[in-house]
Design a protein around this ligand. Sequence first.
Ligand code: ADP
Ligand code: MG
Length: 327
Amino acid sequence: MSKAFEANNVNITFDGNIKALVNVSLAAEEGKIFGLLGPNGAGKTTLVRMLSTLLKPDSGSLKVLGIDVVAEAEKVRESIGLAGQYAAVDEFLTGRENLYMVGRLYHMSHKAAKKRADEILEEFNLVEAGNRQVKTYSGGMRRRLDLGASLVSKPKMLFLDEPTTGLDPRTRLELWEVIRNLVKEGTSILLTTQYLEEADELADKIAVIDHGSVIAEGTSKELKNKLGGDVVEFKVSKSNEVNKAISAITKIAAKDPTIEENNIVVPVKNGPKGLLEVVRALDTNKISLQTISLHEPSLDDVFLALTGERAKDQTIQKSKKREVPRG
Ligand SMILES: Nc1ncnc2c1ncn2[C@@H]1O[C@H](COP(=O)(O)OP(=O)(O)O)[C@@H](O)[C@H]1O
Ligand SMILES: [Mg+2]
């Protein structure tokens, strides 16, 4: 069986010095959701553009459904759908007209394009809005239409670039449902996201990408297991006591703690016992706390442990990064 997509040692540099992808090698199984998780500027869209034939790598090779993307771009285009990060539908056309137009672009007959547009309006709950100009649509409706437009040609491989960024929680849940149904019908999906819970919820396999490099890969569970058990998370009341707190818990920590401002996340071995040990150590050292809790590691914790920062816009977060004292 061929893979849904493969990237082998892919590199690309923009403007001579922006290394957008560095030796990226990934492979995804057919009929599953592969999640590409990373903060703003990590290189997600660049990889999607390459896999969907819109951009060529400087070096390395890419395949979609077993077909070489650079050598046989035309053939790849016939089997893929792309819903970009920004809705690509025409504001001044109606929803129905947008879908019809896409069908015609795929060389469908007038009749077939009309029929497909109706099917998609139905599937995406847009029948009533179908004859209205898109400029009257809500954000969620646009996103649904955009996703629908990427499905006109019934692609085997679908690229969804941050499909839920900027959507309200309810619309996001709706879209998750739509995406799950697509997979049930056999579509392979590459989904990029900055949302850890989205990757957690939808993706069968996840690759974490940071500054153009893949820094971790596996199922959500495998990624969480990297931290080796539960984590104790606490906030010290006084930010000048962070280092003191870290020294106090060094012996208890199963792995290096991660720090963000006065918030500390410590992987511990024996769940509740670990929590008690941390509480005792902090109390002995008279460090006062705002909050403390024991929980399973979230993907957020994994990301923080891997990169030293939360999965937010890196350009903003960088200045707040702190080194973890060791010893
Ligand atoms: N056409 C381009 N020209 C110059 N720089 C680019 C271009 N496209 C992307 N970049 C840069 O490459 C990096 C990765 O961008 P991108 O793939 O869009 O990240 P993401 O989708 O993960 O937010 C960023 O530093 C971005 O500014
Ligand atoms: Mg992007």
